[in-house]
Design a protein around this ligand. Structure first.
Ligand code: BES
Ligand code: ZN
Length: 618
């Protein structure tokens, strides 16, 4: 017996499911999915006659052998681990000689951490409800019982039974929409109001094996627009939103082509985009065939393309080659950040790519400050036993990972590194690997690399290695020096910022000291109106600075922002600035009140993160 992942009850002696067939009945009135999952396993022999599945907030009704419909013995731990959830142990029908399946019927609960249920008033059109998933890192287990570790991969098919006015999308191939069959009308639930005419069934299939964290769907009043030969953009049905999104993402096909040129064939068929309601907790999520995006990236200046480039890059690094556990998370995000910037460099130019590297460099330096009492999380390979991945989510795996790969690129030259990357992806596609596997592949293919670069310092060392590199570019260097001058009292002139877009301002603000004289902050805003910026990155960076500098006049804008969006990249710094800033009691009381009023509108993952910020600081 050996656990294979600190975040899962899966064990090395257990067989891993290779396919699952789902049937979901969406009951919006109770924010519950009544479901069944038919899990298939490879043929015996097994060293262990039972399996442990991960579950959280699920009520398990029955576990059957689907061929005989005989119940299979199962037990549930009484103990509900705050991170891992509740273990479900099932005894396998050992007498079967070939592959076999188990059928689990269960229901989710309104508190299932992957699911956000939006009531009609919380949606754009205000008259129909909406629900969507966010499964990374360890929330898939709150939607279906599974071996919720990225070391496992499974194919699946799914039938989603939804109210007729709604449609369903999934990170999978859509097979069709049809009325429910008579045997489906019995439903898995006792909903007395259930009526077949009011329902529709949408069918999907995922032919490529995926780790459970890439499982994803959304159900709501959803429309779409064509963007390219393999791309449509989906969003809540509102012509203005769809038009704006289609315009913002018009360059997607070009990015896919460049991705294929750099990293090899795009293996997932379609590359669709789903723009979610503003409460979506991330900028983007690389769900295969259908990336999920926050609406805050739609700014009308094509900068949303950077987030799409990132999620697209995961199609190779993350979705094809997957980190074996969250301890190797940098293999996903570091490679993807590197790949994203290569794509951005081609489609938006070297200056833009350098600006992104510069913003990342600033972010990495700031994380060193955040983790100064917990240096473990400044390493690339981390120990995560007893650690909730949502609590330690940071820029380190992204930016230190990026820096490591960039360092190797500088050492061996770009052509050789490009060749190495292609070879690496082809060698490990559809596999989940750990850092050690990557390192042996690197050493085998780039002979002598360990003599040139201290790999151990990069992987196991804390902090930023001495051979990491701050980018050089005209714009980047100019902005950093302007920020230094403002510290000394000189505000940038109008002609100096005339050409600045959001990212230039973001970099400028992030290079200012964490706190400044309140009068300086107010003067900056009087000239450049940053608190009213339409660009969320700029607005939040400014409000963070203002709050940390004790400017109470922006509290109204902070409150409005925290009630409009649920993206954690904005919630984290703003709530933190309120509770840690010099605003003292008043700001803390404000933070508590805003959270109490806004929390219903946040995704459960974001609720948890804000709760932990407040509880640590109040
Ligand atoms: N896979 C991540 C999002 C994620 C990470 C969700 C860990 C849950 C746990 C995604 O690819 C990502 O990195 N998103 C970034 C986008 C950015 C780097 C362009 C985000 O949301 O900010
Ligand atoms: Zn990512």
């Amino acid at each position: 017996m050996a656990p294979i992942d600190p975040h899962s009850f899966s064990d090395s002696t257990h067989p891993l499911a290779t396919h699952s067939s789902f049937s979901f009945y969406f009951d919006f009135s109770s924010s519950t999915i009544h479901a069944s999952a038919l899990l298939s396993f490879p043929p015996p022999p097994y060293t262990c006659p039972f399996i442990s599945l991960d579950t959280r907030s699920l009520s398990v009704h029955s576990v059957l052998d689907p061929t005989t419909l005989t119940p299979l013995p199962f037990s549930r731990d009484d103990y509900d681990d705050p991170i891992k959830g509740r273990k479900l142990t099932i005894t396998l029908p050992v007498n079967s000689a070939s592959s076999f399946s188990i059928l689990i019927t269960y229901s989710t609960s309104p508190s299932s951490s992957a699911l956000q249920w939006l009531s009609p008033p919380q949606t754009f059109n205000k008259h129909l409800p909406f629900v969507y998933t966010q499964c990374q890192s360890i929330h898939a287990r709150s939607v279906f019982p599974c071996q919720d570790t990225p070391a496992a991969r499974l194919r699946y098919s799914a039938r989603l039974n939804v109210p007729r006015q709604l449609s369903a999308v999934m990170a999978a191939a859509h097979l069709g929409r049809r009325p429910p069959l008579p045997n489906e009308s019995a439903g898995a639930c006792d909903d007395a109001l259930w009526c077949a005419e009011d329902r529709a069934v949408e069918e999907f299939s995922m032919e490529q094996p995926i780790p459970p964290y890439l499982f994803a769907f959304a159900v709501g009043e959803i429309g779409s627009r064509e963007v390219g030969p393999r791309t449509r953009v989906y969003a809540e049905l509102a012509p203005a939103v769809l038009e704006a999104a289609a315009r913002e993402f018009a360059g997607t096909e070009e990015m896919i082509r460049q991705g294929e040129r750099l990293f090899g064939p795009y293996e997932w068929g379609r590359f669709d985009l789903l723009v979610l309601p503003p409460s979506f907790p991330y900028g983007g999520m690389e769900n295969p065939r259908m990336v999920f995006l926050t609406p805050t990236v739609i700014k009308g200046d094509a900068s949303g393309a950077q987030v799409v480039a990132h999620e697209l890059a995961h199609s190779w690094t993350g979705n094809l080659i997957t980190n074996k556990t969250n301890e190797d998370f940098w293999l996903n995000e570091g490679f993807t950040t590197y790949a994203e910037r290569r794509i951005v460099e081609i489609v938006q130019g070297e200056e833009r790519a350098a600006l992104n590297i510069g913003i990342g460099w600033r972010g990495l330096n700031e994380e060193m400050e955040r983790f100064k009492d917990n240096m473990e999380f400044t390493k690339l390979k981390t120990k995560q036993e007893g650690v909730d991945p949502d609590d330690v989510y940071s820029q380190v795996p992204y930016e230190k990972g990026f820096q490591f790969l960039w360092r190797i690129e500088r050492q061996i030259g770009r052509p050789a590194f490009d060749e190495f990357l292609k070879k690496y992806i082809a060698a490990f596609k559809f596999q989940s690997i750990d850092t050690e596997t990557f390192l042996s592949f690197l050493k085998a293919n780039v002979v002598g690399i360990e003599k040139e670069i201290d790999l151990d310092v990069w992987i196991h060392g804390t902090g930023i290695p001495p051979d990491a590199f701050e980018p050089v570019s005209t714009i980047y260097t100019k902005i950093v020096s302007l920020a230094k001058e403002f510290k000394l009292g000189r505000m940038p002139r109008e002609d100096e910022v005339a050409e600045w877009q959001g990212q230039e301002w973001e970099l400028y603000l992030e290079n200012l000291p964490k706190t400044m004289e309140a009068s300086q902050v107010v003067a900056l805003n009087a000239r450049y109106r940053l608190s009213e910026s339409k660009d969320w990155e700029v607005k939040v960076a400014f409000l963070q600075l203002a709050t940390s500098s004790g400017c109470r006049e922006f509290f109204g804008e902070v409150e409005k922002t925290l009630k409009e969006v649920g993206r954690m990249k904005y919630l984290r710094p703003l709530y933190t600035a309120l509770v840690q800033g010099p605003g003292k009691e008043e700001a803390k009381i404000l933070a508590k009140r805003i959270f109490a009023e806004a929390c219903d509108g946040y995704h459960p993952i974001a609720q948890g993160v804000v709760e932990s910020i407040l509880s640590k600081n109040l």
